[in-house]
Design a protein around this ligand. Sequence first.
Ligand code: AGP
Length: 622
Amino acid sequence: MLRALEGIIRETVFMCGIVGCIGDRRATPILVESLKHLEYRGYDSAGIATLNGAEIDVTKIEGKICDLETIINETDNACVGIGHTRWATHGVPSSTNAHPHVDCTGSIAVVHNGIIENFQALKEELTSKGHIFCSETDTEVLAHLCEEYYNGDLEQAVREALLRVEGSYAIAVISDNEPDIIIAARKDSPLIVGLGAGENFLASDIPAIRKYTNKIIYINDEEIVRITRDSVVVSTLQGVKVEKTVTIADGSIIDAERGGYEHFMLKEIHEQPKALRETMEDRLYELEGSIDFKELRSLEDEIKGIESISIIACGTSYHAGLLGKYILEDLLRIPVRVEYSSEFRYNNVLSGQKSLAICISQSGETADTLAAMNEAKSQGYLTLAITNVVGSTITRKADEILLTKSGIEIGVAATKTFTAQILILYMFGVYLARLKKLTDVETSRNIITSMKSVPGLIESLLDNISTIEKNASRIGETDCCYFIGRGLNYPIALEGALKMKEISYIKAEGFPAGELKHGPLALITADTPVIALVPEGKTYYKMLGNIKEVKARNAYVIAIANASDDEIVKYVDSVIRIPDVDELFSPMLAAVVLQLIAYYAAKYKGAEIDQPRNLAKSVTVE
Ligand code: AGP
């Protein structure tokens, strides 16, 4: 019974961002500012706890950080505090379930990102000892466990509490009995500490505290950290001191402004040419027909001997992986499987000798992908991570990493990171094909030449989007729509549907066009617009056949076709043109069109584009 309940609660998980600060400045504005940078991790409720020496003051609310700002105490002069922004997969977000959570006396406050899997058993045990619980969360047991074990030493109490816990956590704890420290710890959820002068910070990631410091310490699993104004001491859960290296965070303070765009998503769609150019920079050697990944040099022999590849990812990254399969199998002539991270890790994974696991995660923090990568490693796979975030957990766990250089992506809907992931998979294909001596200079030179043309072509596409906007408004009026494509453009159809549903809430599905007659055709009516991906290529005429099938069922068909295609207008109701491009790269241009269709359909419907309901940018729980 208990196991079953724990199973249910595993579904009722919280995925969140945590922050903390201690120094001589007012804590509240720092906590609020830091939390704003973590809203990508969840935004259904938020809270802070500050310590003014005498007692803990908790402020929390259902809603976003901007809602929290409306109720915070402007006269609070506390210089120590912790904060939280929350995301729940199930259950009603409420101020009661919002963090921080406190013990029975309100003397200890805890914020938590992760899942306490054995919380039900712990809750029953603590309740039988007289502890009174207020919320439905797993996190509250941590506050009561710390209370139970508190004996004048908060660090020791946290340590003992965590030794009782199964699951994942990044936590920060304060107590009014020890007003000059924050205790934090992590296991399977990210946590960093930022070092200042006479002040220190903690957070789920660097951007949250980058404004205050660039000196960062990464906390590892099962480490606990004692933070005061002037010191940061890290030890293992077992109490062994750990020497940490201080890393200097790259770059300037992250500019999370919309730069004149109405939404981050639109800004990020327009940033794609830049993101792609930067991802290619210093890696392409057109004349030689080669691609140089300096970061892979030490593994070159091993990579060369790879006989199969598994691509592992979630959501949009999975769609990039599907496209990667086409390209890698074509160039390398070895089997490439693509699996959802959440499926891969629970399968009876085959031995990975001479196999490469390419784990794709823009955030580098997706819990399922990290767990799948661990599983792959333990089965002997060589692991290669493709990510956009320097210093993310995946970069520290993979054998090697390939960075996309898209810059920070704020909109929950992945856009510029998606096309950069596709690009880097193409680049990796050419790199490995040359390494294995499977292509000649001329063939790979031609691919590189086309590759280099893509950013410019996307620019010209972005210069004229009026047809896209017009068609998107039409879709905005409907309840559902379908995306069809074949071959390289089938994953793009899936991605178009995902974008549409996540930001506009319109029911959308993507299909391989050849599959329509095996079932999905039953869904087609005059009220279901079909977006058909028909760029020039080997399946062009097959696509025309599929378009006829849906037209015969009265669907309104919007084609995405090449600029020079004079034929397509005879078959469809509307045509969105993409610049002529090598067949290999048409999916990247089509992807940009579908991002814009989803964006303008969502805008037409008045949806909340950058922070769609029930979602979060980074999914840090399984
Ligand atoms: C994309 O628009 C989604 N928000 C989502 O599917 C995302 O791609 C997925 O959660 C994987 O994230 P990751 O790339 O950070 O691992």
